[in-house]
Write a protein that binds this ligand. Structure first.
Ligand SMILES: *Cc1c(COP(=O)(O)O)cnc(C)c1O
Length: 391
């Protein structure tokens, strides 16, 4: 503590994190996976039987396990969450040249997937309790800039159809789903849930990713459950699920030998090896959720009464998976964020800032967007804390 006084927000945050992670060996990474239990056994089974690639029993089992856990009728496993988003947009009827409403405060994959669908991201602002989309502000905005023409919602300035809204559950905290559902109903557009970060997060007793027309999960290496790399598409529509399976497996018609492809498909299916790891990981999910909640409780206690920074709580009526425990500085301390992160890194805590807003990235700077006051404020103040379940 040479560069800051005991009472500065920097010193207080470092002390609070020190109290929570006193026993952890330094440096403490942001998030590491937990590969115990049956993970090794299931992966070895793939190697021993030779079923390592695009067919095998673990893919079916993983899809069934995810459907059972989330309550979605169907889960379609794919290579990663970004691919899942790409297909989800197509399932929701997004067409080339459409605009898709999406948060600016998100991981870049949300916006990229819209680009892969040859559509244009149209960025919307966030709100501070969930870090998710601000539906009331969005409603006012759409009333001003959009109108219904011939059955479509159209952006009056660009003349393009606004085809869907993608919401994202940031760091596991559910955004206000009832408000987003009302908004989408009013403007007659489908809701797509980027639930990449929220496996194990619920609104009431219903799992995130099952409220919209279609939802996705990610199993990237840093997510709560990992398959090495992977994703799933969640839907209650059997026909849509069958179509998703079809176009993610090169749109090949089932046949003993013939290469019959009936549309342009994608090679997006999840390999059996990855699904095997996922099946092992899912057996650990309940225990990981419990340990992450206990860790979040310790952070909450350590930050209590702290002046100038706080932990972002799970929203009322929801259960968050607390994937990343997240702190936010008061507006008066926004300019000190990098100093806070520097001091935490100096103490061996490998914290990360929230993403740069999409509308500030070079490739998305010119996309349509609304006022971004809250997004910009949050982007300057939010820090993710070390959140591995074993801590
Ligand atoms: C991780 C993540 C994705 C993409 O998932 P991948 O499996 O890494 O492709 C998409 N959206 C959000 C919000 C994410 O955090």
């Amino acid at each position: 503590m040479t560069t800051h006084t005991q009472h500065s927000v920097i010193g207080q945050v470092v002390d609070a994190v020190e109290r929570v992670l006193a026993d952890a060996s330094r440096p403490v990474p942001l998030h590491v996976p937990n590969l115990g239990g049956s993970c090794g056994k299931y992966v070895s089974e793939c190697v021993e039987t030779g079923w390592v690639s695009s067919a095998g029993a673990f893919v079916d089992r993983f899809e069934q396990d995810i459907a059972a856990y989330t309550g979605a009728k169907r889960a379609v496993a794919v290579v990663n969450g970004t691919a899942a988003l790409h297909i989800a947009l197509l399932m929701a009827g997004v067409k080339p040249g459409d605009e898709v409403l999406c948060p600016s405060l998100t991981f870049v994959a949300t916006a990229n997937s819209i680009t892969y669908a040859n559509a244009i991201p149209h960025f919307v602002d966030a709100e501070s309790t969930t870090l998710g989309i601000d539906s009331p502000k969005n409603e006012e905005y759409l009333d001003t800039i959009a109108e219904h023409r011939g059955g479509s919602l159209v952006n009056k300035a660009t003349g393009r159809r606004i085809a869907a809204l993608v919401g994202m559950h940031a760091f596991g905290h559910p955004f206000d789903l009832p408000a987003a559902q009302r908004l989408c109903q009013r403007f007659d557009i489908p809701l797509i849930e980027d639930a990449a970060e929220s496996l194990g997060s619920f609104v009431g007793d219903r799992h995130t990713g099952t409220f919209g027309e279609v939802g996705i999960l990610s199993f990237n290496g840093n997510k709560i459950v990992t398959t090495g790399g992977g994703g799933v598409i969640l839907t209650n529509d059997e026909q849509q699920a069958d179509w998703a399976k079809h176009i993610t497996t090169t749109a090949k018609q089932p046949h003993k030998w013939a290469y019959e492809h009936d549309e342009i498909g994608f090679n997006y299916r999840m390999p059996n090896l990855n699904a095997a790891l996922g099946c092992g990981q899912l057996e650990e999910l309940d225990s990981m959720l419990a340990r992450k909640r206990a860790l979040a409780d310790r952070y909450l206690a350590a930050f209590e009464g702290l002046d100038g920074a706080r932990i972002i709580l799970e929203p009322d009526g929801t259960t968050s998976n607390y994937w990343f425990v997240t702190m936010i500085l008061d507006e008066t301390n926004a300019s000190r964020r990098d100093d806070v992160m520097g001091a935490l890194h100096d103490s061996g805590f490998l914290v990360r800032p929230i993403w740069n807003p999409m509308h500030t990235l070079p490739m998305y700077r010119d996309c349509p967007r609304m006022d971004m006051t809250m997004t910009e404020s949050l982007a300057s103040r939010v820090i993710n804390l070390p959140s591995s379940a074993h801590l």
